[in-house]
Design a protein around this ligand. Structure first.
Ligand code: F3S
Length: 66
C-alpha cells in the first residue's frame, strides 16, 4: 500500500519537497516531483512533514489511515 505520494494534477514543480527531503523526493525531466521508489512507506518523517507544509500547491499526500 502506498502511504506517501505526489499528486501530479497539483504539482507545479516548485521543488521545495526536493530541497527539504531529497532522500524521499526526486524531480522528473519535466520538473515535477515524485516519491522515490521504495520510499512511499519509509521516509524521514520530520523532513516529509516540512515538505508537505512548504508545498504551495498542497500536492504532497500522506495517507495515515493504516
Ligand atoms: Fe511539486 Fe510541491 Fe514539490 S509543487 S515539486 S510537490 S514542492
Amino acid at each position: 500500500m502506498t502511504k506517501l505520494w505526489v499528486d501530479p494534477s497539483r504539482c507545479q514543480g516548485h521543488a521545495r519537497c526536493y530541497a527539504l527531503a531529497p532522500e524521499t523526493f526526486s524531480i522528473d525531466e519535466e520538473g515535477y516531483a515524485f516519491v522515490i521508489e521504495g520510499r512511499e512507506q519509509s521516509y524521514n518523517e520530520d523532513n516529509v512533514r516540512k515538505a508537505i507544509k512548504n508545498c504551495p500547491e498542497r500536492a504532497i499526500k500522506l495517507d495515515e489511515t493504516e
